[in-house]
Design a protein around this ligand. Structure first.
Ligand code: NAI
Length: 398
Protein backbone atom coordinates (compact mmCIF):
# COMPACT_ATOMS: atom_id res chain seq x y z
CA UNK A 1 0.00 0.00 0.00
CA UNK A 2 0.96 3.62 -0.46
CA UNK A 3 1.02 5.50 2.83
CA UNK A 4 -0.24 9.07 3.01
CA UNK A 5 -0.19 11.37 6.03
CA UNK A 6 -3.53 11.38 7.86
CA UNK A 7 -3.91 13.86 10.70
CA UNK A 8 -6.92 14.14 13.02
CA UNK A 9 -6.83 17.35 15.01
CA UNK A 10 -3.24 17.24 16.27
CA UNK A 11 -2.84 13.45 16.14
CA UNK A 12 -1.12 11.59 13.30
CA UNK A 13 -3.10 8.52 12.27
CA UNK A 14 -0.44 7.18 9.91
CA UNK A 15 3.32 6.91 9.85
CA UNK A 16 5.70 6.07 7.02
CA UNK A 17 8.16 3.28 7.95
CA UNK A 18 10.87 4.34 5.51
CA UNK A 19 10.41 8.01 6.35
CA UNK A 20 10.94 7.10 10.00
CA UNK A 21 14.07 5.19 8.96
CA UNK A 22 15.37 8.20 7.08
CA UNK A 23 14.67 10.49 10.06
CA UNK A 24 16.66 8.14 12.33
CA UNK A 25 19.52 8.08 9.79
CA UNK A 26 19.56 11.88 9.59
CA UNK A 27 19.79 12.16 13.38
CA UNK A 28 22.64 9.63 13.40
CA UNK A 29 24.39 11.63 10.70
CA UNK A 30 24.01 14.83 12.73
CA UNK A 31 25.49 13.45 15.97
CA UNK A 32 28.43 11.92 14.13
CA UNK A 33 29.40 15.39 12.89
CA UNK A 34 28.65 17.27 16.13
CA UNK A 35 30.90 17.89 19.13
CA UNK A 36 31.43 14.38 20.49
CA UNK A 37 30.39 13.14 23.94
CA UNK A 38 33.52 12.31 25.94
CA UNK A 39 33.53 10.20 29.12
CA UNK A 40 29.93 9.21 28.40
CA UNK A 41 28.01 6.28 29.88
CA UNK A 42 28.33 2.82 28.34
CA UNK A 43 25.14 1.10 29.52
CA UNK A 44 22.02 3.22 29.32
CA UNK A 45 18.38 2.56 30.16
CA UNK A 46 15.94 4.88 28.37
CA UNK A 47 12.32 4.92 29.48
CA UNK A 48 10.38 6.50 26.60
CA UNK A 49 12.99 5.68 23.95
CA UNK A 50 10.96 5.63 20.76
CA UNK A 51 10.43 9.31 19.95
CA UNK A 52 11.12 12.90 20.93
CA UNK A 53 13.82 13.48 23.55
CA UNK A 54 14.18 9.80 24.49
CA UNK A 55 14.95 8.67 20.94
CA UNK A 56 17.28 11.62 20.41
CA UNK A 57 19.13 10.80 23.64
CA UNK A 58 19.47 7.18 22.53
CA UNK A 59 20.88 8.19 19.16
CA UNK A 60 23.25 10.76 20.70
CA UNK A 61 24.62 8.29 23.27
CA UNK A 62 25.05 5.46 20.75
CA UNK A 63 26.46 7.37 17.79
CA UNK A 64 27.59 10.75 19.15
CA UNK A 65 30.82 9.71 20.82
CA UNK A 66 29.88 7.62 23.87
CA UNK A 67 29.37 4.32 21.98
CA UNK A 68 26.73 3.33 24.51
CA UNK A 69 24.67 0.15 24.54
CA UNK A 70 21.01 0.82 25.29
CA UNK A 71 17.83 -0.76 26.58
CA UNK A 72 14.83 1.26 25.42
CA UNK A 73 11.30 1.00 26.80
CA UNK A 74 8.34 2.42 24.92
CA UNK A 75 4.66 1.85 24.27
CA UNK A 76 4.14 1.63 20.54
CA UNK A 77 1.77 -0.02 18.10
CA UNK A 78 2.88 -2.23 15.23
CA UNK A 79 1.01 -2.50 11.93
CA UNK A 80 -2.23 -4.50 11.81
CA UNK A 81 -5.14 -5.02 9.47
CA UNK A 82 -6.60 -1.76 10.77
CA UNK A 83 -3.65 0.57 11.11
CA UNK A 84 -0.16 1.18 9.76
CA UNK A 85 1.35 1.38 13.26
CA UNK A 86 2.95 4.25 15.12
CA UNK A 87 6.11 6.14 14.18
CA UNK A 88 7.83 5.09 17.40
CA UNK A 89 7.37 1.44 16.45
CA UNK A 90 9.37 2.00 13.26
CA UNK A 91 11.91 4.25 14.97
CA UNK A 92 12.65 1.39 17.37
CA UNK A 93 13.16 -1.10 14.55
CA UNK A 94 15.47 1.09 12.52
CA UNK A 95 17.40 2.43 15.47
CA UNK A 96 18.13 -1.14 16.57
CA UNK A 97 19.15 -2.13 13.06
CA UNK A 98 21.62 0.75 12.79
CA UNK A 99 23.01 0.29 16.31
CA UNK A 100 23.59 -3.42 15.74
CA UNK A 101 25.30 -2.73 12.42
CA UNK A 102 27.64 -0.48 14.38
CA UNK A 103 28.36 -3.30 16.83
CA UNK A 104 26.24 -1.91 19.68
CA UNK A 105 23.65 -3.66 21.82
CA UNK A 106 20.16 -2.19 21.42
CA UNK A 107 17.30 -3.93 23.24
CA UNK A 108 13.73 -2.76 22.64
CA UNK A 109 11.07 -3.51 25.24
CA UNK A 110 7.54 -2.60 24.24
CA UNK A 111 5.02 -2.28 27.06
CA UNK A 112 3.63 -0.16 29.86
CA UNK A 113 6.43 1.63 31.72
CA UNK A 114 4.24 1.99 34.82
CA UNK A 115 3.73 -1.77 35.19
CA UNK A 116 5.67 -4.23 37.35
CA UNK A 117 5.95 -6.66 34.42
CA UNK A 118 7.99 -4.19 32.39
CA UNK A 119 10.18 -3.35 35.39
CA UNK A 120 10.89 -7.08 35.77
CA UNK A 121 11.65 -7.46 32.06
CA UNK A 122 14.07 -4.55 32.21
CA UNK A 123 15.90 -5.98 35.25
CA UNK A 124 16.24 -9.25 33.37
CA UNK A 125 17.57 -7.45 30.28
CA UNK A 126 20.10 -5.56 32.42
CA UNK A 127 21.31 -8.93 33.80
CA UNK A 128 21.50 -10.47 30.35
CA UNK A 129 22.99 -7.65 28.31
CA UNK A 130 24.66 -5.22 30.73
CA UNK A 131 26.29 -7.60 33.23
CA UNK A 132 23.73 -6.48 35.78
CA UNK A 133 24.33 -2.71 35.93
CA UNK A 134 23.42 0.56 34.23
CA UNK A 135 25.42 3.82 34.14
CA UNK A 136 22.59 6.16 33.17
CA UNK A 137 18.78 6.04 33.45
CA UNK A 138 16.79 8.50 31.33
CA UNK A 139 13.13 9.02 32.16
CA UNK A 140 11.46 10.51 29.08
CA UNK A 141 7.83 9.45 29.36
CA UNK A 142 5.01 11.63 28.08
CA UNK A 143 1.68 9.93 28.64
CA UNK A 144 -1.97 10.81 28.91
CA UNK A 145 -2.71 8.03 31.39
CA UNK A 146 -1.34 5.57 33.90
CA UNK A 147 -2.94 2.31 34.96
CA UNK A 148 -3.51 2.12 38.70
CA UNK A 149 -1.52 -0.75 40.25
CA UNK A 150 -3.32 -4.12 40.07
CA UNK A 151 -6.43 -2.45 38.69
CA UNK A 152 -8.33 -1.90 35.49
CA UNK A 153 -8.70 1.78 36.32
CA UNK A 154 -6.53 4.61 35.07
CA UNK A 155 -5.34 8.01 36.19
CA UNK A 156 -5.69 10.49 33.32
CA UNK A 157 -3.55 13.57 32.97
CA UNK A 158 -5.14 16.82 31.81
CA UNK A 159 -3.57 20.02 30.55
CA UNK A 160 -5.48 22.79 32.28
CA UNK A 161 -4.76 25.94 34.26
CA UNK A 162 -5.12 25.99 38.03
CA UNK A 163 -7.33 28.57 39.75
CA UNK A 164 -8.38 30.77 36.80
CA UNK A 165 -9.48 29.93 33.26
CA UNK A 166 -6.98 30.61 30.48
CA UNK A 167 -7.70 31.76 26.93
CA UNK A 168 -5.43 31.10 24.01
CA UNK A 169 -5.22 29.57 20.57
CA UNK A 170 -4.43 26.16 19.19
CA UNK A 171 -3.74 25.49 15.53
CA UNK A 172 -5.26 22.27 14.26
CA UNK A 173 -2.63 20.58 12.12
CA UNK A 174 -5.39 18.64 10.38
CA UNK A 175 -6.70 21.66 8.46
CA UNK A 176 -4.30 24.47 9.43
CA UNK A 177 -6.97 26.36 11.33
CA UNK A 178 -6.55 28.57 14.35
CA UNK A 179 -9.01 27.78 17.13
CA UNK A 180 -9.52 30.20 20.01
CA UNK A 181 -10.08 28.31 23.23
CA UNK A 182 -10.80 29.05 26.85
CA UNK A 183 -9.72 26.35 29.23
CA UNK A 184 -11.53 26.02 32.53
CA UNK A 185 -9.40 25.53 35.64
CA UNK A 186 -8.70 21.96 36.68
CA UNK A 187 -10.49 20.30 39.58
CA UNK A 188 -8.47 19.04 42.56
CA UNK A 189 -8.94 15.51 41.28
CA UNK A 190 -7.60 16.43 37.84
CA UNK A 191 -4.56 18.07 39.44
CA UNK A 192 -3.87 14.95 41.53
CA UNK A 193 -4.30 12.59 38.60
CA UNK A 194 -1.98 14.62 36.36
CA UNK A 195 0.62 14.47 39.10
CA UNK A 196 0.29 10.67 39.22
CA UNK A 197 0.83 10.40 35.46
CA UNK A 198 3.43 13.09 34.78
CA UNK A 199 4.98 13.73 38.22
CA UNK A 200 8.05 12.05 39.69
CA UNK A 201 6.49 9.01 41.36
CA UNK A 202 7.13 6.47 38.62
CA UNK A 203 10.68 7.80 38.04
CA UNK A 204 11.34 7.18 41.73
CA UNK A 205 9.72 3.72 41.53
CA UNK A 206 12.12 2.85 38.73
CA UNK A 207 15.19 4.01 40.61
CA UNK A 208 14.04 2.15 43.75
CA UNK A 209 13.51 -1.02 41.71
CA UNK A 210 16.97 -0.70 40.20
CA UNK A 211 18.55 -0.08 43.62
CA UNK A 212 16.72 -3.05 45.13
CA UNK A 213 18.02 -5.28 42.35
CA UNK A 214 21.61 -4.00 42.64
CA UNK A 215 21.36 -2.71 39.09
CA UNK A 216 22.97 0.72 39.49
CA UNK A 217 26.66 0.99 38.65
CA UNK A 218 29.04 3.16 40.65
CA UNK A 219 28.66 6.75 39.41
CA UNK A 220 25.22 6.07 37.90
CA UNK A 221 23.26 9.17 36.90
CA UNK A 222 19.59 9.64 36.19
CA UNK A 223 17.75 12.44 34.39
CA UNK A 224 14.13 13.26 33.60
CA UNK A 225 12.87 16.05 31.36
CA UNK A 226 10.97 19.14 32.37
CA UNK A 227 9.76 22.42 30.94
CA UNK A 228 9.58 25.85 32.56
CA UNK A 229 9.16 28.42 29.75
CA UNK A 230 8.82 32.20 29.88
CA UNK A 231 6.18 34.01 31.91
CA UNK A 232 3.73 34.33 29.02
CA UNK A 233 3.34 30.52 28.99
CA UNK A 234 3.07 30.09 32.76
CA UNK A 235 -0.74 30.30 33.04
CA UNK A 236 -1.16 27.24 30.80
CA UNK A 237 2.06 25.43 31.64
CA UNK A 238 4.11 26.11 34.76
CA UNK A 239 1.21 27.36 36.88
CA UNK A 240 -1.14 24.72 35.49
CA UNK A 241 -1.56 20.98 35.97
CA UNK A 242 1.49 19.98 33.94
CA UNK A 243 3.68 22.50 35.76
CA UNK A 244 2.45 21.12 39.08
CA UNK A 245 3.56 17.66 37.92
CA UNK A 246 6.92 19.04 36.75
CA UNK A 247 7.53 20.70 40.12
CA UNK A 248 6.88 17.31 41.69
CA UNK A 249 9.45 15.87 39.25
CA UNK A 250 11.97 18.53 40.32
CA UNK A 251 11.43 17.58 43.97
CA UNK A 252 11.85 13.92 43.06
CA UNK A 253 15.19 14.75 41.44
CA UNK A 254 16.45 16.02 44.81
CA UNK A 255 15.23 12.91 46.63
CA UNK A 256 16.86 10.68 44.00
CA UNK A 257 20.06 12.68 44.16
CA UNK A 258 20.34 11.75 47.84
CA UNK A 259 19.68 8.08 47.08
CA UNK A 260 22.24 8.07 44.26
CA UNK A 261 24.87 9.67 46.48
CA UNK A 262 25.35 6.15 47.88
CA UNK A 263 26.62 5.20 44.43
CA UNK A 264 28.60 8.40 43.81
CA UNK A 265 25.86 9.22 41.35
CA UNK A 266 23.49 12.12 40.68
CA UNK A 267 19.93 12.84 39.61
CA UNK A 268 18.87 15.89 37.63
CA UNK A 269 15.64 17.28 36.30
CA UNK A 270 16.71 18.60 32.91
CA UNK A 271 14.72 21.55 31.60
CA UNK A 272 14.46 21.38 27.81
CA UNK A 273 13.42 23.77 25.07
CA UNK A 274 9.86 23.87 23.71
CA UNK A 275 9.77 21.64 20.65
CA UNK A 276 7.30 20.01 18.33
CA UNK A 277 6.79 16.41 19.46
CA UNK A 278 3.89 14.00 19.50
CA UNK A 279 3.30 15.06 23.11
CA UNK A 280 3.79 18.83 22.93
CA UNK A 281 1.31 19.53 20.11
CA UNK A 282 -1.37 18.48 22.59
CA UNK A 283 -0.79 21.46 24.84
CA UNK A 284 -3.71 23.83 24.22
CA UNK A 285 -3.11 27.60 23.99
CA UNK A 286 0.59 26.97 23.43
CA UNK A 287 0.83 27.06 19.63
CA UNK A 288 1.23 30.85 19.13
CA UNK A 289 4.22 30.82 21.46
CA UNK A 290 5.88 27.89 19.74
CA UNK A 291 5.26 29.35 16.25
CA UNK A 292 6.89 32.63 17.27
CA UNK A 293 9.72 30.85 19.07
CA UNK A 294 10.57 28.69 16.04
CA UNK A 295 10.69 31.76 13.84
CA UNK A 296 12.89 33.83 16.16
CA UNK A 297 15.30 31.03 17.10
CA UNK A 298 15.72 30.08 13.45
CA UNK A 299 16.41 33.72 12.54
CA UNK A 300 18.98 33.95 15.31
CA UNK A 301 20.57 30.62 14.39
CA UNK A 302 19.87 29.20 17.87
CA UNK A 303 17.05 26.82 16.96
CA UNK A 304 17.57 23.23 18.05
CA UNK A 305 15.49 20.09 17.57
CA UNK A 306 15.52 17.19 20.06
CA UNK A 307 18.69 15.73 18.59
CA UNK A 308 20.71 18.96 18.93
CA UNK A 309 19.40 19.45 22.48
CA UNK A 310 20.42 15.95 23.52
CA UNK A 311 23.85 15.99 21.90
CA UNK A 312 24.59 19.34 23.59
CA UNK A 313 23.25 18.07 26.92
CA UNK A 314 25.68 15.14 26.98
CA UNK A 315 28.69 16.70 25.25
CA UNK A 316 28.58 20.10 26.96
CA UNK A 317 26.89 19.59 30.30
CA UNK A 318 26.13 16.19 31.83
CA UNK A 319 29.43 14.49 30.97
CA UNK A 320 31.60 17.52 30.27
CA UNK A 321 31.87 19.31 33.57
CA UNK A 322 32.22 18.45 37.24
CA UNK A 323 30.20 19.59 38.99
CA UNK A 324 27.44 19.47 36.40
CA UNK A 325 26.23 23.07 35.80
CA UNK A 326 22.85 23.63 37.44
CA UNK A 327 20.78 26.67 38.43
CA UNK A 328 19.86 27.82 41.94
CA UNK A 329 17.11 25.17 42.10
CA UNK A 330 19.57 22.46 40.99
CA UNK A 331 17.91 22.19 37.57
CA UNK A 332 20.02 21.41 34.52
CA UNK A 333 19.00 24.07 31.99
CA UNK A 334 18.89 23.22 28.29
CA UNK A 335 16.37 26.02 27.73
CA UNK A 336 19.12 28.64 28.05
CA UNK A 337 18.93 29.67 24.39
CA UNK A 338 15.11 29.70 24.40
CA UNK A 339 15.03 32.04 27.39
CA UNK A 340 17.64 34.42 26.00
CA UNK A 341 16.19 37.91 26.78
CA UNK A 342 16.51 39.19 23.18
CA UNK A 343 14.79 36.09 21.88
CA UNK A 344 11.97 36.43 24.37
CA UNK A 345 11.40 40.13 23.66
CA UNK A 346 11.03 39.39 19.96
CA UNK A 347 8.81 36.35 20.60
CA UNK A 348 6.53 38.39 22.82
CA UNK A 349 6.15 41.10 20.14
CA UNK A 350 5.17 38.50 17.57
CA UNK A 351 2.73 36.65 19.86
CA UNK A 352 0.96 39.92 20.69
CA UNK A 353 0.27 40.57 17.00
CA UNK A 354 -0.63 37.02 16.05
CA UNK A 355 -4.20 36.09 15.13
CA UNK A 356 -6.26 33.65 13.08
CA UNK A 357 -5.44 35.31 9.78
CA UNK A 358 -1.73 36.07 10.12
CA UNK A 359 -0.29 33.20 12.24
CA UNK A 360 1.25 31.47 9.21
CA UNK A 361 3.11 34.62 8.14
CA UNK A 362 4.12 35.93 11.56
CA UNK A 363 5.07 32.59 13.02
CA UNK A 364 6.97 29.67 11.54
CA UNK A 365 3.86 27.61 10.84
CA UNK A 366 5.48 25.96 7.86
CA UNK A 367 8.41 24.82 10.01
CA UNK A 368 6.05 23.70 12.77
CA UNK A 369 3.95 21.57 10.45
CA UNK A 370 6.96 20.20 8.63
CA UNK A 371 8.48 19.17 11.99
CA UNK A 372 5.24 17.42 12.90
CA UNK A 373 5.07 15.56 9.59
CA UNK A 374 8.72 14.53 9.92
CA UNK A 375 8.01 13.00 13.33
CA UNK A 376 5.75 10.60 11.47
CA UNK A 377 8.11 9.96 8.59
CA UNK A 378 6.56 12.34 6.04
CA UNK A 379 8.06 15.16 4.00
CA UNK A 380 11.57 13.72 4.21
CA UNK A 381 13.93 14.01 1.30
CA UNK A 382 15.10 10.78 -0.28
CA UNK A 383 11.96 8.80 0.57
CA UNK A 384 9.84 7.45 -2.28
CA UNK A 385 6.33 8.20 -1.07
CA UNK A 386 4.81 6.83 -4.28
CA UNK A 387 6.19 3.35 -3.64
CA UNK A 388 4.10 0.55 -2.19
CA UNK A 389 5.06 -0.38 1.35
CA UNK A 390 4.67 -4.02 2.36
CA UNK A 391 3.63 -3.68 6.00
CA UNK A 392 3.63 -7.43 6.51
CA UNK A 393 7.43 -7.10 6.65
CA UNK A 394 6.97 -5.45 10.04
CA UNK A 395 4.37 -7.81 11.45
CA UNK A 396 5.38 -10.10 14.32
CA UNK A 397 4.74 -13.36 12.47
CA UNK A 398 7.56 -12.62 10.01
P1 NAI B 1 7.13 11.88 22.95
O1 NAI B 1 5.66 11.69 22.87
O2 NAI B 1 7.87 12.14 21.70
O3 NAI B 1 7.79 10.59 23.66
C1 NAI B 1 7.18 9.94 24.74
C2 NAI B 1 7.75 8.55 24.93
O4 NAI B 1 7.08 7.94 26.03
C3 NAI B 1 7.57 7.62 23.73
O5 NAI B 1 8.73 6.83 23.59
C4 NAI B 1 6.40 6.72 24.17
O6 NAI B 1 6.39 5.44 23.58
C5 NAI B 1 6.69 6.62 25.65
N1 NAI B 1 5.52 6.24 26.46
C6 NAI B 1 4.37 6.93 26.65
N2 NAI B 1 3.56 6.23 27.48
C7 NAI B 1 4.22 5.10 27.82
C8 NAI B 1 3.91 3.98 28.63
N3 NAI B 1 2.75 3.89 29.29
N4 NAI B 1 4.81 2.98 28.71
C9 NAI B 1 5.99 3.03 28.03
N5 NAI B 1 6.34 4.08 27.26
C10 NAI B 1 5.47 5.09 27.16
O7 NAI B 1 7.36 13.03 24.03
P2 NAI B 1 8.52 14.08 24.36
O8 NAI B 1 8.06 15.42 23.96
O9 NAI B 1 9.84 13.59 23.91
O10 NAI B 1 8.45 14.06 25.95
C11 NAI B 1 9.39 13.42 26.79
C12 NAI B 1 9.54 14.23 28.06
O11 NAI B 1 10.11 15.51 27.75
C13 NAI B 1 8.20 14.53 28.78
O12 NAI B 1 8.40 14.43 30.17
C14 NAI B 1 7.93 15.99 28.39
O13 NAI B 1 7.14 16.65 29.34
C15 NAI B 1 9.36 16.52 28.38
N6 NAI B 1 9.54 17.79 27.66
C16 NAI B 1 9.05 17.98 26.39
C17 NAI B 1 9.21 19.21 25.76
C18 NAI B 1 8.68 19.44 24.38
O14 NAI B 1 8.59 20.62 23.98
N7 NAI B 1 8.35 18.43 23.63
C19 NAI B 1 9.93 20.32 26.40
C20 NAI B 1 10.48 19.99 27.70
C21 NAI B 1 10.27 18.77 28.29
Amino acid sequence: MRIEPIIQGVVARTAHPFGCKQAVLEQIHYVKSAKPISHGPKRVLILGASSGFGLAARIALTFGGADADTIGVSFERGPSEKSVGSAGFYNNIFFKQQAEQAGRIAVNINGDVFSNEIKEQVIEAIETYFEGEVDLVIYSIASGMRRKPQSDEFWHSVIKPIGEPVSGATVLLENDTWIDTTLPPATEEEIDHTLKVMGGEDWENWIDTLINNDSLAQGCKTIAFSYVGPEMTHPIYLDGTLGRAKIDLHQTSHALNLKLANFDGNAYATVCKALVTKASVFIPAFTPYILALYRVMKEKGTHEECIEQMQRLFSDKLYARTPVPVDSERLLRMDDWELNPDTQTRVQEIVEQMNASNFAELGDYQGFKQAFLRLNGFGIEGVDYQADVDLSLFMPSR
